[in-house]
Design a binder for this molecule. Structure first.
Ligand code: DP6
Length: 355
């Protein structure tokens, strides 16, 4: 690296979807709208160091390090994304790019690492673009651009550039919504959803047999494809109403329906789509029983894997933690679970804080 090397750093969070993005068209356009909660504690930190090549080049030059080790799989994914972007961002080929990235949560725990890592990477690229072009974007344009780039890397990453509740995909009743980028879903400051928490129960930390990307492609010829789109749209309308009225019951019912529908689609995809484990089902049964007997407001959601996200509100934290310790942790691999909650979105680490 020459002396003029510049380093940019961003920390981006993961997110958990209540309405699931499942199925996509060309160019990472989702088949249906999705809605997620941005997490606070589960994050990826990425530093991008760039310096100008001595001669103009026709090739992207990128290296990607994960926890200090060269990560060729992610490097290939990054290279593909950068090549795709290079027709629009002409200067990319003229720089040596080195990404150094770390997750603060273990790999394959049901936390979408592609969401936080692609979001952090996209934020670094937009910061780099501002520096190279000397064109500082306003806050909204900056994050909208980062979301668009993150989407090209991984659909769910488009939502991780914002905090709070976030939607992605064209939703007729949401004015600002778009297929190309995510937008924050504004909730009232007094809404109970501002205090929502997520306990991630690690049933298995093994690599999944079907990746999300593969799962999306299995939707292309799925017999329930059209039905799924109609269901997701209907669930979106209902959850928006539920959120606006702070109606816990509606939010819980729709979220659980979405999680189980995702797995029903996976199981009927004609591949090895059974990702739930016996302990996943046991946890679901325990949650339902506890909810009935305790009267507490809690529900579950699941991503494309066996681990359960237990969603609840901060004012019931004491009882929920006791329930997890006494009953649910026995179904977790090595008794492991992760404590997280709704978060404010990404944070710039260097060169300067963007607020
Ligand atoms: C089940 O965003 O991981 O978590 O766009 O192929 O990278 P790619 O897929 P990805 O899919 C996430 C699917 C999901 C639901 C969701 O997060 O909305």
């Amino acid at each position: 690296m020459s002396e003029e090397a510049v380093t940019i750093g961003w920390k981006a969070p993961s997110n958990i979807a209540l309405i699931k993005y499942w199925g996509k068209r060309a160019n990472q356009i989702p088949e249906n709208g999705s809605l997620s909660i941005t997490l606070a504690n589960s994050t990826t930190t990425t530093f991008l160091t760039f310096n100008k090549k001595e001669k103009e080049d026709q090739l992207i030059s990128v290296e990607y390090y994960f926890h200090g080790e060269r990560q060729l799989q992610f490097e290939k994914k990054t290279d593909l994304l950068l090549n795709q972007l290079s027709s629009e961002i002409g200067f990319l080929k003229n720089y040596n790019l080195i990404f150094k990235s770390e997750n603060n949560f273990p790999h394959s725990t049901g936390i979408a690492s592609s969401a936080s890592s692609m979001a952090a990477l996209a934020l670094c690229l937009v910061s780099m673009e501002e520096i190279i072009t000397h064109n500082k974007l306003n806050r909204d344009d900056f994050f909208c651009r980062a979301s668009t780039i993150a989407r090209l890397g991984s659909g769910s990453a488009s939502r991780s550039v914002f905090g709070g509740l976030v939607s992605w995909g064209l939703i007729p009743s949401l004015e600002q919504s778009a297929d190309e980028y995510a937008t924050p879903f504004i909730i009232h400051s007094t809404s109970r959803l501002n205090t929502i928490r997520d306990i991630i129960l690690i049933v298995s930390a093994k690599e999944k047999s079907v990746s999300s990307t593969m799962g999306h492609s299995l939707m292309n010829h799925h017999p329930y494809k059209e039905g799924r789109k109609a269901q997701a749209n209907e669930n979106m309308v209902k959850i928006i109403e539920g959120i606006r009225k702070d109606n816990y019951q509606a939010i819980a019912e729709i979220s659980e329906n979405e999680a189980l529908s995702l797995h029903a689609l996976l199981m009927t995809s004609g591949s090895d789509g059974l990702l739930l484990k016996p302990n996943t089902i046991k946890i679901i049964e325990e949650i339902k029983y506890f909810r009935k007997t305790s009267g507490l407001d809690l529900f579950f959601t699941i991503d494309a894997g066996p681990n359960i996200h237990l969603i609840y509100y901060d004012d019931q934290r004491k009882q929920v933690l006791a329930f997890v310790e006494s009953t649910l942790s026995q179904y977790c691999e090595g008794g492991k679970w992760i404590d997280d909650h709704i978060g404010n979105g990404p944070e710039q680490l260097s060169p300067a804080l963007r607020n």
